[in-house]
Design a protein. Structure first.
Length: 146
């Protein structure tokens, strides 16, 4: 206790040396907090954000991903007897795909799809959703309509 009293002047102010120490500690704490925030954001960006390109026209739907951590989808009007060829080129992580008319009418679902070519025949006229889901997935999925 006596040691603490020696750092206090008669008017109750801290000595300049004590103020410098306190300010140095405060700056160090702020720098450590800033570094933690930056590290947390970089971790979040790497593991949870997605980086992909999707393109589509009347004959195909393509998703090319550097990192896919979400579900990407697009709907198309297809006719009975149409053939959809799905080509998966997976380089890392997990890529899954599905073709569905609605939640209860899933035509094809491949969880953690291997790099391969798959086909599906459209059973009836209607609107079908092509979806690709990734979990740190990288690669490409192409749906080609014939």
């Amino acid at each position: 206790m006596l040691g603490n009293i020696l750092f206090i002047c008669e008017n109750g102010d801290m000595h300049e040396e004590e103020k410098r120490k306190r300010n140095t500690v405060l700056i160090a704490v702020i720098c450590i907090c800033a570094a933690c925030i930056i590290a947390a954001y970089r971790f979040y960006a790497y593991f949870f954000q997605s980086s992909y390109v999707e393109s589509y026209d009347s004959t195909s739907y393509t998703i090319a991903a550097i990192r896919l951590n979400s579900t990407v989808s697009h709907s198309f009007d297809l006719s009975e007897g149409d053939i959809v060829t799905i080509t998966v080129g997976q380089s890392s992580g997990k890529l899954s795909f599905a073709i569905a008319q609605d939640e209860d009418n899933i035509l094809i679902l491949e969880e953690d799809a291997a790099s391969a070519t798959y086909t599906a025949e459209i059973p009836e006229d209607g609107t079908y959703t092509m979806a690709v889901k990734g979990s740190r997935g990288a690669g490409a999925v192409v749906f080609a309509f014939e």
